[in-house]
Design a protein around this ligand. Sequence first.
Ligand code: C5P
Length: 227
Amino acid sequence: MANVTPILTIDGPVGSGKGTIAARVARRLGWHLLDSGALYRLVAIAALDQGVRPGDEAALIRLTKTLDIEFSQEGGEVIATLDGLDVRKRMRSPETSDMASQVATIPGVRAALKERQRAFAEPPGLVADGRDMGTVIFPDAETKIYLTASVEVRAQRRHKQLKEKGESVNLSRLSRDIEERDHRDMNRTVAPLRPARDAIVVDSTALSIDQVVEKIIALMKDRSITD
Ligand code: C5P
């Protein structure tokens, strides 16, 4: 059955720019936004706080099912709360990132997050960014983008982003972390990162964020999904 709500999915690896691009496209279209990575990050933070090991699948699935989370907007920024606490500062730390990609390999954790993600599809439309938006969560989405870029450029972008947040991370360590996470995300048995068969692949290595945003908006206009 076709989606009643139009959906644009943007999948891609770490640092491909999809988070920023999805947020900008959603704002331009006046559509809702789903940052699915934030859900995995919140599971990771809860697991770290509760001392649950990445190998303890049963405990992680239990924790995911009972996760008390909320998203709100403040001046264009999305604030994630976990058990009523603002965890914004911890969302993108290397520790959280690493744990998130580990918990994301567990099928029961992914299954427990499925309906939460689908519930974001509300009129007038949804822009969903992640790894499996076009392949698993919204397979009927009208427009699917797979955003990619070279590892070097992605590491530099992430480095800049963390620096702006006052976090100091070594660039070569960041490259290594990114390659490790890419490998894990692309080779897991459940919902591995790959372009959907009907996805449009956009390589953003030589493109600015603005150029990618314009490209996507133009594509939506071409397809008469927006005016
Ligand atoms: O996109 P972001 O970097 O915030 O995602 C954090 C981690 O969550 C990723 O490395 C990936 O392992 C996992 N993830 C996923 N499926 C998604 C979104 C994120 O497996 N749809």
